[in-house]
Design a protein around this ligand. Sequence first.
Ligand SMILES: CC(C)(COP(=O)(O)OP(=O)(O)OC[C@H]1O[C@@H](n2cnc3c(N)ncnc32)[C@H](O)[C@@H]1OP(=O)(O)O)[C@@H](O)C(=O)NCCC(=O)NCCS
Length: 180
Amino acid sequence: MSGTLTLPSLRNLTAADRSRIEAISRAVGLFRADEIPVALEVFDGAVAGSPDYLALGAEHDGRLAGWICWGPTPCTLGTYDLYWMAVDPALHGGGVGTALLQAMEARLAGVARLIVVETAGRPDYAPTRAFYEARGYRAVSRIPNFYAPGDDQVVYTKALAGSPPVESSGRASALRQKDG
Ligand SMILES: CC(C)(COP(=O)(O)OP(=O)(O)OC[C@H]1O[C@@H](n2cnc3c(N)ncnc32)[C@H](O)[C@@H]1OP(=O)(O)O)[C@@H](O)C(=O)NCCC(=O)NCCS
């Protein structure tokens, strides 16, 4: 779609959103089949109240339109990972992703000093990279063939204004994955 939707309403996610999250994750057509269970694992952690995974959903026309999940990066001081983000492809370009990203950043103000996003360097991820770049995220590293042969990892960061109290973000977590 093109043009901005009316502002999506943001809300906390519940376990009842799981099938819709799975459907959106599959529908975007970018994630490999083996990545979908990782998205759901992160979702499950978030709705179970894990302090490692914080998430928000966006609704459009009374239906879940997208979601975002982030959390403190283990063994860092004030660094947070954006672990996963996806919007219903029927609504891409309508402002839902921007609303979710801004909501995450607002919640991290005064808490985080750095946001990290790991994404892919493949050509089909070019719109995703453009999305982050236009919103102040800077590509700081690229690991060739990280996800698979010919599928590089590109790491983006965004420094948040202000100086949050420096305390460890670090909780050991087994879950590390391509998000975004
Ligand atoms: C990336 C994504 C979350 C952005 O959400 P969105 O609701 O489409 O984004 P918005 O409408 O707020 O912003 C549109 C911007 O996103 C970018 N964009 C990314 N994919 C797009 C698409 N399919 N259609 C239109 N714009 C897209 C454009 O650069 C556009 O820039 P502009 O505002 O300068 O025109 C969403 O497109 C998506 O779910 N992509 C597939 C999954 C994904 O890549 N997740 C992140 C993995 S790291």
